[in-house]
Each structure stands twice: as structure tokens, then as C-alpha cells.
Design a binder for this molecule. Structure first.
Ligand code: HEC
Length: 122
């Protein structure tokens, strides 16, 4: 029972963290129940991608060029990159770079985490 409660609280914290992090979705703030959020249509996948963690890595490693809200800057807009590139292709770009994007902007597990997360942006 107690464990279940903790899990709930932890889950809520993650959802709140994901929303509160970067003013990117200021319009939706029900905050009482993650299920009603419009932010994550892929909820049914049981959290295969850790959105909060991916956003953190993105903000540290990628946002300087692609914008904290993915809308672009020095680099292209990534808000719909998933409709154009698969997670494998994105992982390849993160590892090897592309054009004026430097290689190795993320490493280890972060590469796949970012690639899976971005591939959902459609
Ligand atoms: C130094 C600036 C810079 C950083 C930092 C950077 N990028 Fe890029 N990125 C670019 C540029 C510029 C391009 C366009 C390259 C081209 O097509 O010639 C690009 C292209 C991309 C593309 C392909 C987009 C498309 O539409 O083809 C993806 C995906 C991408 N970046 C993801 C990332 C991720 C994830 C990170 C962080 C790990 C990151 N980038 C960090 C500059 C950057």
C-alpha cells in the first residue's frame, strides 16, 4: 500500500517536472491527474521513453542550437522531426553529426533516449 502511494507520488512528480521545466506547455495545468494531460499521447506505451529525462538531456546538450522548445535557432526546428526521421536516423545524427551540427553532442544511453523521444515528435 505504502509502496503504491510512493509510486503514485513519484509519477506525479515526473509529470509535474516535465510540464514545469520549461514553459513549453504553459496552457495545460490540470496537474491533478497525469492521465488527462494532452502532452503525452503515447502514454499507452507505459512510459517507454522517459520524457523528463530526455528533456533534461536535450536542454543541456541540444537546446543551445535547437531551442528549449525544439523550435530551432542555429539548428533546425525539431518539433516534427519524427515524421521525417526514424529514431535510428536521429541516433546516427546525434553520434556522427550532420552538416554544421557537431558529432558526439550526447553519449552513452543518452543517444538512444534522445532519439526515441525525438522520433515521437510528429
Ligand atoms: C552547435 C549547434 C547544434 C547542437 C549543439 C546540436 N545540433 Fe542538431 N543540428 C544542428 C544543425 C546546424 C543541424 C542541421 C544540419 C544540416 O542539415 O546540415 C542539426 C540537425 C539536427 C537533426 C536533423 C534535423 C533534420 O531536420 O534533418 C537532428 C535530429 C538534431 N540536429 C538533433 C540534435 C540533438 C538531439 C542534439 C543534442 C544531443 C543536437 N542536435 C545538438 C546544430 C546543432
Amino acid at each position: 500500500m505504502k509502496k503504491w502511494l510512493l509510486t503514485m507520488l513519484f509519477g506525479t512528480a515526473l509529470v509535474l517536472g516535465a510540464c514545469g521545466g520549461g514553459d513549453d506547455n504553459a496552457s495545460e495545468e490540470p496537474a491533478d491527474n497525469g492521465d488527462t494531460g494532452t502532452e503525452e499521447p503515447s502514454d499507452s506505451e507505459g512510459g517507454a521513453v522517459d520524457t523528463a529525462a530526455a528533456e533534461d538531456v536535450f536542454k543541456s546538450n541540444c537546446a543551445s542550437c535547437h531551442g528549449a522548445d525544439l523550435s530551432g535557432g542555429n539548428g533546425p526546428d525539431l518539433t516534427q522531426v519524427g515524421s521525417k526521421l526514424s529514431s535510428d536516423e536521429i541516433a546516427d545524427i546525434i553520434k556522427n553529426g550532420k552538416g554544421s551540427m557537431p558529432a558526439g553532442m550526447a553519449s552513452g544511453d543518452d543517444v538512444q533516449l534522445l532519439a526515441d523521444w525525438l522520433a515521437q515528435k510528429k
